[in-house]
Design a protein around this ligand. Structure first.
Ligand SMILES: *[C@@H]1O[C@H](CO)[C@@H](O)[C@H](O)[C@H]1NC(C)=O
Ligand SMILES: *[C@@H]1O[C@H](CO)[C@@H](O)[C@H](O)[C@H]1NC(C)=O
Ligand SMILES: *[C@@H]1O[C@H](CO)[C@@H](O)[C@H](O)[C@H]1NC(C)=O
Ligand SMILES: *[C@@H]1O[C@H](CO)[C@@H](O)[C@H](O)[C@H]1NC(C)=O
Length: 432
């Protein structure tokens, strides 16, 4: 009904259609002009040229990671997809990685036991990351959305896990799981960052010889948001900033995607608001600061990572100390979901309301534009390659059935786009 009204309004005004912007539009400018009177319009485009690197014609992607050798991995949340971790095999296809067997929980993708606690198969992978030691890190939520349900299944210890795959051998090297008081049944691990130099939970071992630390964001739609910190040496894990206001979803937000005000329309449910707490997170160049924000917030926050590494089970003051040291860095110009970072310390923030990517520049203390392109219809996950490109998945998420009244409005292909980063930036190996 709204669409009909909108069309008739356009016809009534009787405007001549401007020609569609041609690609690539003039770089560095979001404007061009057209028509006899030189009428200015927004091309929706600025920044470096955006290249189409890969096309998804089968499963819709979520996360991606690019290895030093240029291997590209993608993950897909389930659903009934055949595999949840894949490797790109050519421009238009991917294959189960490292094997179909690892992607096939014997219990099937049904709620409850045994799949909810399956620590040896990939259930529903949300995020990927490649560290400079050539390890592919695979973050499995253990929470598939099954049988057309609008909510993900609850997890049990074992199912939610962080898996390390050695890219030299394509074999699983390590698997970390989480106790029920660290990963709640309704937690949802959305992204992960690493500092492989540090040991966690010991102030005397701030650097050198550490087993490494992983910082995981819990973006749970059910609302218990925060960081899960994992000591990769001991396997111990704990929560920090649990339900701190800077990690919680913002109530009643109405973002706009492609110029359309967005409300959450789940099948069989009342119209609701966009959800999701803590989502984007990235470390500073030297790993001493974590930048982060909820998906539903316009604000960027930070905390010194020493407060996250402090284990509340060993240090009774650790929870309060972290709460007391959150910094609000102000607004950044819109909602953001995934973050990534480069060798210069730029923090890239994916901006689904703007079909673009912004940079938080900590020297300026401000957000600056990086790239904008009408093909970026929901940038979901970004990854910096050793080749100086920033890679981003585009998956049209606002048109997925679960946000769209049960109707699948997505149109293949999904994309991996890439753009060259500024000033010769590349993958950071400082935290290796
Ligand atoms: C890409 O790989 C798929 C799966 O192996 C294959 O079916 C397809 O023909 C390949 N396409 C090209 C252009 O090589
Ligand atoms: C999903 O549907 C199938 C087929 O109807 C049924 O066997 C299975 O138990 C269902 N799973 C859940 C978790 O409801
Ligand atoms: C860090 O942890 C690892 C593994 O637990 C341990 O072997 C190493 O001695 C620790 N390093 C420091 C500096 O404490
Ligand atoms: C931030 O802005 C400053 C000043 O323009 C510039 O010198 C620097 O390269 C930018 N990037 C980073 C990561 O500081």
């Amino acid at each position: 009904m709204k669409a009909v009204h909108f069309t008739s309004m356009l016809v009534g005004v009787g405007l001549a259609q401007p020609p569609p912007p041609s690609f690539p539009a003039p770089l560095g400018s979001t404007f061009t002009t057209a028509g006899a009177r030189n009428v200015r319009f927004d091309t929706g485009t600025y920044g470096p040229p955006v290249e189409e690197h890969h096309y998804f014609y089968d499963q819709w992607p979520i996360g991606l990671a690019v290895s030093r050798q240029g291997r590209v991995f993608a993950c897909y949340t389930r659903g009934d997809y055949r595999y949840t971790l894949g490797e790109v095999v050519n421009r238009t296809a991917e294959a189960a990685y490292p094997s179909q067997e690892l992607n096939t929980p014997p219990g099937g993708l049904v709620l409850g036991e045994p799949t909810a606690a399956d620590a040896t198969h990939l259930v529903s992978v949300q995020a990927l990351y490649v560290t400079p030691d050539d390890t592919l890190w695979v973050l499995d939520t253990g929470r598939p959305t099954v049988n057309g349900s609008t909510t993900a299944a609850y997890a049990a210890p074992g199912g939610p896990k962080l898996v390390a795959i050695d890219l030299a051998t394509d074999a699983v090297a390590r698997t970390y799981t989480f106790p029920a008081d660290v990963h709640y049944p309704d937690s949802y691990m959305n992204d992960v960052r690493f500092d492989l130099r540090r040991n966690a939970s010991s102030s005397s071992s701030e650097s050198g010889g550490g087993g490494g630390v992983a910082y995981i964001v819990d973006s749970s739609d059910e609302g218990r948001n925060g960081f899960i910190v994992l000591d990769l040496g001991s396997g111990a894990s704990w929560r920090q900033l649990d339900r701190h206001p800077s990690t919680l979803r913002v109530a009643q937000v109405v973002p706009s995607y492609q110029g359309l005000p967005f409300y959450l329309r789940q099948k069989g449910r009342a119209v609701d608001f966009q959800q999701e707490g803590l989502d984007g997170a990235e470390l500073s160049l030297y790993g001493d600061v974590m930048y982060y924000s909820p998906l539903t917030s316009n604000y960027l926050y930070s905390i010194e990572t020493k407060y996250l590494r402090a284990n509340p089970q060993e240090d009774a003051g650790a929870v309060q100390a972290a709460f007391d040291n959150v910094k609000n860095l102000g607004q950044r110009g819109g909602n953001a979901n995934g973050f990534t970072g480069d060798s210069l310390g730029n923090v890239y923030m994916l901006m689904p309301e703007h079909n673009g990517i912004f940079i938080y520049n900590s020297t300026l203390g401000r957000t600056v534009p990086f790239v904008r392109d009408p093909r970026i219809v929901w940038p979901d996950s970004a990854n910096v390659g050793w080749d100086g490109y920033l890679y981003v998945t585009v998956n049209q998420l606002p048109y997925q059935p679960n946000w769209n009244g049960g109707v699948d409005g997505r149109v293949h292909p999904g994309l991996i786009l890439r753009a060259r980063m500024p000033d010769g930036a590349t993958k950071s190996t400082v935290l290796a």
